[in-house]
Design a protein around this ligand. Structure first.
Ligand code: G4P
Length: 526
């Protein structure tokens, strides 16, 4: 098969949602449709319950589950679908951001009872930054939810994206009768079932057909006619290019747990969702159909067995063909790398593969050479951009409680940071080490894993810090002068980049006013 055929066959996406909206359930139904799993209940939720938040074994168990479900590949109607999982817990937001750099589109699940929730808003911000195409699935229509028009308004106002319903619900909760597919003009009647795979859809080109009244009752039929008239009048025709440019989100209604409305969304998804797209690098844009291979690492997962230090690096293929055992240019590193153990994830199984194509995600067994953001190429020295670190929100000083294990601690911290668990900043003065995270849970994870995997004991002491700002200046002399005068607040990040550790918002503002020539950045990529 030609490279172009392989590319056209692929769709790589993630499902994003506020916890509990139904991401795991929808994932499972998609896998059922793809024939990748046979029974409901096979996909485990990877959410970390707040109730079990400080239960270490629970965290470890979750890590195990999340590696198994990190990428789920399946085929549906000759399309190879790569579905990337994102952690539901907000403390792992950075992990989710990085995963979103590796997809070409997303499906966003919204609970019709709760509407747009806070985590959904944050995730949408990331999609907007990258103009990622979004399809909305409004879930749990079998419950008494909010009015569909209100929900659409809320999506538009809270998520800042225009919507275009492509299906419309008939009733809700106990009175839920089904959905009408506005795109295909087909009616799908609701029968609650967790296993039903083929929906019997009836085509109604003309909604005035009296058969409609017979099927759903005259009241519902009239309401549907009114709704469809209104929608077609209010919303412009669906333009697939607006969706592909991230300007408009098509909306589907359904009930994931009852496997209802999922089929319609999936059928539309494979028709409209983008094939693997071009990606920016520091030198130029790389197109997927370039003959030479390139890709980047967006996630690293450590082995849970402390006796085996190897890790799995998740690589998104961006162009060309990736081949097992072929040496590739590790752009950041000193020597080419060759991978003999390359896995691809099909549903919940891993299989060794010999080649992979743009849009695919492969797992590379790594003994410590790779870190998040690394680029591999077939020769060219380019680096994929758009995988920044964000300024953390919580900072703690790392205090070594066992001086005999300093080396282990250093190694453990370095490796955990390479995995992207958190960010480490080392102050220029006194070499104090500070860990920055977006959530509380990471500190517990780090402390536990340092002990468990590296036999190092640490405590975390609170630090009064507001933000870590990466600094730059066109004039090196001025930058040196700033670093000298503020050296108590200067640290280095994991890549040795200069960072200004600001204690408060107002103080940062003052420093910015006093040093207008210095640029302060809230992400590591500028
Ligand atoms: P998440 O991954 O987004 O966190 O959500 P998940 O799929 O785990 O779903 C959260 C809860 O919502 C689950 O119930 C699930 O069964 C339920 N759910 C998902 N889709 C629907 C739907 O269409 N209708 C209704 N009524 N419920 C739905 P749970 O009680 O937490 O777990 P379980 O015991 O049912 O598995």
């Amino acid at each position: 098969m030609s490279l172009t055929t392989e590319i056209n066959k692929r769709r790589t996406f993630a499902i994003i949602a506020h916890p509990d909206a139904g991401k795991t359930t929808l994932t499972e139904k998609l896998l059922l449709f793809g024939g990748a799993i046979q029974t409901a209940g096979a996909v485990k939720s990877n959410k970390i319950d707040t109730a079990t938040k400080s239960d270490w074994m629970e965290i470890e168990k979750q890590r195990g589950i999340s590696v198994a479900t990190s990428v789920m590949g399946f085929e549906y109607k000759d399309i190879k679908i790569n579905l990337l999982d994102t952690p539901g817990h907000q403390d792992f937001a950075e992990d989710t951001y990085r995963t979103l750099t590796a997809v070409d589109s997303v499906i966003m699940v919204i609970d019709c009872v709760k509407g747009v929730e806070i985590q959904t808003e944050k995730l949408m911000e990331v999609c907007r930054m990258r103009s990622t195409p979004v399809i909305c699935f409004i879930n749990k229509l079998d419950r008494e939810g909010r009015d569909p028009y209100d929900l659409l308004d809320e999506v538009e106002s809270k998520l800042g994206i225009k919507v275009r319903p492509l299906s419309w619900p008939i009733g809700m909760g106990k009175g839920f009768k089904g959905v009408y597919n506005l795109y295909e003009k087909k009616l799908n009647l609701f029968t609650p079932s967790q296993r039903k795979l083929s929906d019997d859809r009836q085509v109604f080109e003309n909604l005035d057909d009296p058969q409609l009244d017979a099927l759903i009752g005259p009241g519902n039929a009239n309401q549907l006619r009114e709704d469809v008239d209104l929608i077609e009048g209010v919303y412009p025709d669906f333009d697939v290019n607006d969706y592909l440019e991230g300007k408009i989100a098509p909306v589907f209604f359904g009930s994931a747990v009852n496997n209802f409305g999922v089929n319609e969304m999936l059928d539309t998804f494979i028709q409209i969702a983008p094939i693997p797209q071009s990606r920016e690098t520091d030198l130029r844009k790389v197109a997927p159909d370039e003959s030479k291979f390139s890709g980047f690492v967006f996630k690293i997962h450590a082995n849970m067995d402390p006796n085996h230090r190897n890790r799995i690096a998740f690589l998104r293929i961006c162009s060309g063909k990736f081949e097992r055992n072929k040496p590739y240019n590790h752009v950041r590193g000193p020597k080419p790398l060759r991978f003999s153990n390359v896995t691809q994830f099909m549903a919940q199984d891993k299989e060794i593969i010999d080649e992979a194509f743009p849009g695919d995600i492969v797992g590379l067994y790594d003994t410590g050479n790779l870190k998040i953001g690394d680029t591999l190429t077939e020769g060219e020295n380019l680096v994929f951009t758009g995988i920044p670190s964000f300024s953390p929100e919580i900072f703690r000083e790392v205090v070594n409680k066992d001086a005999m294990k300093t080396k282990q601690l250093e190694k453990g911290l370095k490796q955990l940071m390479e995995e992207g668990v958190a960010q480490l900043f080392t102050f220029e003065m006194g070499a104090r080490k500070v860990v920055g995270t977006v959530g509380q849970l990471q500190f517990e994870v780090i402390q536990f894993r340092l002990k468990n995997e590296y036999n190092a004991t640490v405590e975390f002491h609170p630090m009064n810090l507001y933000k870590a700002c990466w600094i730059s200046c066109a004039d090196k002399k001025q930058l040196d002068e700033f670093v000298r005068s503020k050296n108590r607040y200067i640290a280095r990040d994991k890549d040795d980049k200069l960072v200004f550790m600001a204690e408060s918002k107002s103080w940062l503002q003052m420093v910015q006013d006093n040093y207008p020539e210095i640029e302060f950045h809230f992400t590591s990529e500028f």
